[in-house]
Write a protein that binds this ligand. Sequence first.
Ligand code: 13P
Ligand code: SF4
Length: 304
Amino acid sequence: MTKGELIKDILKLKKERKAIILAHNYQPPEIQDIADLRGDSLELSLKASKTDAEVIVFCGVIFMAETAKIVSPNKKVLLPVKEVPCDMADMITVEDVMKLKEEHPNAKVVTYVNSYAEIKAVSDLCCTSANAVKVAGKIDAKEIIMIPDMNLARYTQRFYPDKKIYYFEGFCPFHHFLTPEEVIECKKKHPNAVFIAHPECKPEVIDLADHVASTSGMLRLAKELDDKEFIIGTEVGLLYPLQKENPDKKFYHPSPEKMLCKSMKKMSLEDILRSLETLEPEVILPEEIRSKAYQAVKRMLETV
Ligand code: 13P
Ligand code: SF4
């Protein structure tokens, strides 16, 4: 089957199934191009909570599809490839959260959406990279446990010297291992470029950034700023929509081989077509977990 035929069949079946296709900004270009909505984690969870489609085809990783199911329990949520874990989400267990809660009994638990449903279910509130700072500011607590990303927690702490943010030592390997040296080297090659870092990068890298933003925040900045050259400190897949939306601007990456999330590249157009045909693999969550996780996601959606 040619690519054109595949796309034609996907669009036809999507209509018949009353489905919507959501894709994260890191997905392969051909998937971004056929999606009804491409966005960051916050935009995707908002869209999943509002759509009137009967089926949500989620092109991303497991925690994102789970979030869609959490906010839309009566819809069929399909994840076209079953095994798309998130290395950061895999780092933390419910026992780890319970231990932190015991150590800091007065703290509220703010959980990055990049975590599995069972972790959200034992949290007070969720956040994404786009709203973590806002959520931490709005929450009525002097002490916060922010999990599972220590870099997002340490970045958020910078805004609230009067609050104490405890963190779990989890991280995204595709952001955490970007080094200041790599950024400095790239800056030397492109002295006029503005450096935008994702908050999943470590503090020494954040210190070098002109701006810190979620993936969709980076897309907005690239469009809005008058600058013509940008160094992009996030997973390399974001370069595709950046370049597509800004053909007159230049985008550079400080470490393209290292910052490539394999899980985000596992899906293909063939998988999407098969999933629409079979309505499998479907995301199923135990209702007890889903409803508890929903409270944490709902509180986040109410604060943004
Ligand atoms: P955002 O797109 O929400 O910034 O998240 C980045 C990420 O690592 C998703 O896996
Ligand atoms: Fe998880 Fe990092 Fe991949 Fe995002 S880029 S899905 S946080 S491993």
